[in-house]
Design a protein around this ligand. Structure first.
Ligand SMILES: [Mg+2]
Length: 668
């Protein structure tokens, strides 16, 4: 406020200074004149008195002393006058310098005010100043930008009338009043309404401003629009707890809800069920239609399953094509089974995607708290085991977890450990099943089949231990052993004078994908001394569906070596014959499942006939697996199949027995 008072006071000061100077000058003149007059007058008086004394013959000392006295009195008066002068000048100097200081202070004040006005207007925070009756007296530019109200529209209004969103309880306004009355300030989050009607969140700080004397003068409110921060926080919260693709709860949120459900169930003795779902054949959809459609399908599946979910339950995307449904307050197995059936039914109608009708089903494994586990982790693990059981039983169905399954899983782990030792202890051996040309009956090859003689469990079929070997990363070593052994045996037969026939070895997908694979085949041929022409490799269709480029490269590498390639279990996968044309394939092995009912099921007969015709058109040889009866053989012969393999010819035999079998055949 100093700047406002400075102007009149300065003028007043100047008048006082001039008046004081004039007064001092007048005073000096009067005193000087009176002193001079006094001095001159007294001098005259003394002189006339001296003349009188001389005339009367009196001594002069008294008069002279008097004159001296008067002189010193006058001197004293002069000094006092001088001192007053000095004091006056000093006083003027003091007043002047004080006025100077006030001017500097005022200039600084103005400068500060200009800066603060700029800040007031430039700042990103909205600022509103009201008087004590809460009428707006000033707003800044950000206020107008945030609220949409121009300064003219806001001035004189009450902020709450202007911006009230209607979202707050009256209680919050009472709290604000109380806080302003008590501490002179309040801060917190508020929802306000823009001129456009849009409601937005803001961070608001209100404070009471007092004047220099400490009396309340006005209120100042500073606020910032925090809509974006809210949205960001919401998005972060969403991503932390929800799956970005399907919008369903993710594992984290599932774990959270499961922990709560289990805690509640523990208190009131209820059950909590975990339904673990894995889509059947989803990989095929992804591979054949592409990941974009695959993702879109997952979204639709999530939606349909979500529609079956009660509010108290949680459907979560567990990862990939896996969904987990958490059922809280489950009454019993019947209601859990009903929920599982609803999930299966939800997917029974085909999904329409980009012009394709896609059939997708799911296999469901179910575990229940408290019987099958105490934690979500244990429940999911057991539900997963049950889900595999559902897949093995033919997919599109559900299975409850049974302890027996658990025992099997444990047995599988033990089997893995045993398998590691089996390689070192030579518990593995090969049997050979002959293959014959269909018209002549001539033996044209053998397939090497690995067997495991377990010291306690007896003979274990490959279907039981090959998946274990793949799981524990032993398939590379196991495959290499089989390859080496088969090559060694083939050379041994040749040296024993048997007619030369190719030996077929089964390959696992993992083996083929190993970068070292071609070299390991070369090494096996070399160390056995076998011509590549007598080695045939069998691989399944599924191997061809993944990492197509690198597989194709490997196949051509094998073909260049002179090795023959056969497609095993043909008809069970998804590969088309046209696709096979691009690969260096020599032979198709029709899966035994088509041969089993060949002579009774016309549909199977038609499939087999079609495969044979198309294979021939691609110049591929065809061999039927699992031929057990002469009727099957007759049908295959009629259809023009090239070769057969199966019990009708011979079961797999040990190396010696096979040599004997071939000798007899060729002798016959
Ligand atoms: Mg095979």
């Amino acid at each position: 406020m100093a700047h406002r008072l400075a102007q009149p006071r300065l003028r007043e000061l100047r008048t006082i200074t001039v008046a004081a100077l004039l007064a001092a000058l007048a005073w000096t003149l009067v005193i000087g004149a009176s002193l001079a007059w006094n001095y001159w007058h007294e001098e005259e008086e003394h002189r006339s008195l001296a003349r009188l004394e001389t005339r009367l013959g009196l001594p002069h000392q008294q008069i002279v002393g008097q004159i001296e006295n008067d002189r010193s009195l006058l001197g004293g008066l002069g000094a006092t006058h001088g001192a007053i002068w000095l004091a006056g000048v000093g006083m003027i100097g003091f007043i002047r310098s004080r006025a100077r200081r006030q001017i500097v202070t005022r200039r600084d004040d103005l400068r500060r005010r200009r800066v603060s006005e700029q800040v007031f207007d430039q700042t990103a925070e909205g600022i509103v100043i009201t008087d004590l009756e809460r009428r707006i007296i000033s707003v800044n530019r950000a206020f107008s930008e945030i609220t949409g109200y121009a300064a003219e529209e806001a001035l004189g209004r009450h902020p709450e009338d202007l911006l009230r969103s209607g979202r707050h309880d009256p209680e919050i306004y009472r709290q604000i009043e109380a806080s302003l009355a008590g501490q002179g300030s309040w801060r917190g989050e508020m929802w306000h309404r823009r001129k456009s009607g849009e409601i937005y969140p803001e961070w608001l700080a209100i404070s009471l401003v007092r004047d220099a004397a400490g009396c309340p003068e006005h209120y100042i409110g500073i606020f910032s629009d925090i809509s974006q921060q809210k949205r960001d926080a919401e998005r972060i919260r969403f991503l932390a707890y929800y799956d970005a693709l399907t919008g369903l709860p993710n594992r984290t949120l599932l774990a959270d809800r499961a922990a709560k459900a289990i805690a509640v169930a523990q208190r009131n003795g209820a059950r909590v069920a975990v339904l673990f779902m894995d889509l059947d054949g989803f990989k095929h959809v992804n591979d054949s239609l592409g990941h974009l459609l695959g993702d879109a399908l997952l979204q639709l599946v999530g939606q349909r399953l979500g529609q079956q979910t009660r509010r108290a339950d949680t459907l979560s995307r567990f990862g990939g094509d896996e969904f987990v449904l958490l059922l809280t307050e489950s009454e019993g197995p019947e209601s859990i089974a009903a929920a599982a059936r609803r999930c299966l039914d939800a997917l029974s109608t085909p999904f329409e995607l980009d012009g394709h009708d896609i059939d997708i089903t799911t296999s469901i494994g179910i575990s229940v708290f408290p019987d099958d586990g105490q934690t979500l982790e244990a429940l999911v693990k057991n539900a997963d085991t049950a889900m595999y059981q559902a897949k093995e039983s033919g997919r599109n169905q559900f299975r409850f977890f049974e302890t027996a399954m658990n025992a099997r899983a444990t047995a599988r782990a033990t089997l893995g450990n045993d398998l590691r030792r089996a390689l070192e202890r030579s518990e593995l051996f090969l049997h050979y099943q002959p293959q014959a040309e269909i018209t002549s009956g001539e033996i044209v090859g053998v397939e090497a089949l690995v067997r495991w003689q377990h010291p306690q469990l007896g003979t274990i079929p490959p279907a039981d231990f090959i998946p274990v070997a793949e799981e524990i990363g032993l398939i590379g070593r196991l495959g290499e052993w089989v390859l080496n052994e088969a090559c060694r045996q083939a050379v041994a037969w040749q040296r024993a004078g048997l007619p030369h026939i190719p030996v077929a070895v089964n390959l696992s997908a993992l083996q083929l994908r190993s970068p070292d694979f071609l070299d390991s085949v070369r090494r096996a041929l070399q160390s056995a001394g076998l011509d590549a022409h007598w080695l045939e490799l069998e691989l399944t269709e599924s191997v061809l569906m993944h990492q197509v480029d690198s597989v194709m490269q490997t196949l051509h590498g094998l073909s260049d070596l002179g090795i023959r390639i056969a497609i095993d279990d043909f008809g069970t996968g998804y590969s088309s014959l046209a696709y096979l044309r691009r690969l260096a394939i020599d032979k198709l092995k029709i899966d035994r499942s088509f041969i089993r009912d060949l002579s009774v099921d016309p549909e199977d007969a038609l499939i087999v006939a079609t495969i044979i015709r198309m294979a021939h058109s691609l110049r591929l040889r065809v061999i039927a697996e699992g031929v057990e009866a002469s009727e099957q053989l007759a049908t295959l012969r009629a259809q023009g199949c090239d070769e057969i393999q199966g019990y009708h010819l011979s079961r797999p035999l040990p190396a010696d027995a096979l040599a004997e079998f071939i000798r007899e055949r060729f002798a016959a």
